[in-house]
Design a protein around this ligand. Structure first.
Ligand code: PEP
Ligand code: MN
Length: 295
């Protein structure tokens, strides 16, 4: 992959940190959580309060939904963004929300702390260029039919516009397996760390589509070195207007977060032991920080 001028590995393996509202993505482990779609103020704010109490550091929620059917719920649009803004003011959590249209990037960017570009738009090159020009942090999901090289080249489009604030998110790909919604490709975690300096997050909610798989796949992602997770949580999943089968209840999310924290504590204790018993193997990787000027 020697055509990656900006997203490829840096000398000394320096890794990028994207700073968003005091959260250092790529350095601290971050869980982004929240509903698939913003449906109402009550649903969003109650979910936001619950995920913050459980330890999530950012709130997700779609106001523009890229749906398979044009007749399915498409999101609340501007009204949804205003609800997210209120949730941010009430909880202090930075907002991650999807943008689906080139024409919307700049004004959606005024509400979002992080703009998400979804799997279906990963190779929408004009959207990528606009996202780059906006200067906002971008969470770039892997396209469902994309290779690592194609994905990194899409990130390259954003960086080529002068925007270094890109976070990648593995969310599963289409394979012959239909039991899971997608095949979550956790091998992308070490692959991205080997080929690029960008942070790599994992979304096991869309990656599996099955509630009971979200915890084991998240723990596997943590063990494989993921920089963060994106998890769908809804105050009352059975009434959700989209993805009702994969959204966690807040009480289950709180239990889930404890397990993630326990595994992370175990891993960092073990790596501290290894570092203490040998030569500088446990030294933290060097980092370059890219802060959002508008924060
Ligand atoms: C989402 O996170 O809301 C979403 C639609 O995800 P993806 O683009 O990965 O399908
Ligand atoms: Mn969803």
């Amino acid at each position: 992959m020697n055509n990656l001028k900006l997203t490829g590995k840096k000398p000394g393996n320096v890794r990028s940190v994207v700073e968003v509202g005091g959260v250092r993505m790529g350095e601290e482990f971050v869980v982004i959580a929240g509903p698939c779609s913003v449906e109402s103020e009550d649903q969003t704010i109650r979910t936001a309060v619950a995920i913050r109490e459980a330890g999530a550091k950012m709130l997700r929620g779609g106001a523009f939904k890229p749906r398979t059917s044009p007749y399915a719920f498409q999101g609340l649009g501007l009204k949804g963004l205003k609800i997210l803004d209120k949730a941010r003011r009430e909880t202090g959590l930075p907002i991650v929300t999807e943008v689906v249209d080139t024409r919307d990037v700049s004004w959606v960017g005024e509400y979002a702390d992080v703009l998400q570009i979804g799997a279906r738009n990963m190779q929408n090159f004009s959207l990528l260029r606009e996202a780059g020009k906006s200067g906002r942090p971008i969470l770039l999901k892997r396209g469902m039919y994309s290779t690592l090289e194609e994905w990194l080249n899409c990130a390259e489009y954003i960086l080529a516009e002068g925007n270094d604030k890109v976070i990648l998110c593995e969310r599963g790909i289409r394979t012959f397996e239909t039991f899971t919604r997608n095949t979550l490709d956790l091998s992308m975690i070490p692959a991205v760390h080997a080929e690029s300096h960008l942070p790599i997050y994992v979304d096991p909610s869309h990656g599996t589509g099955l509630l009971y798989m979200i915890e084991p796949m998240s723990l596997a992602a943590v063990a494989a070195g993921a920089d963060g997770l994106e998890i769908e949580v809804h105050i009352d999943p059975k009434t959700a207007l989209s993805d009702k089968d994969q959204q966690m209840r807040p009480e289950d999310f709180a239990r889930f977060m404890k397990k993630v924290e326990e595994l992370r504590a175990f891993i960092s204790e073990r790596s501290a032991d290894v570092a203490a018993s040998g030569p500088a193997s446990g030294a933290a990787a060097p980092r370059d920080t890219f802060a959002d000027a508008t924060d």
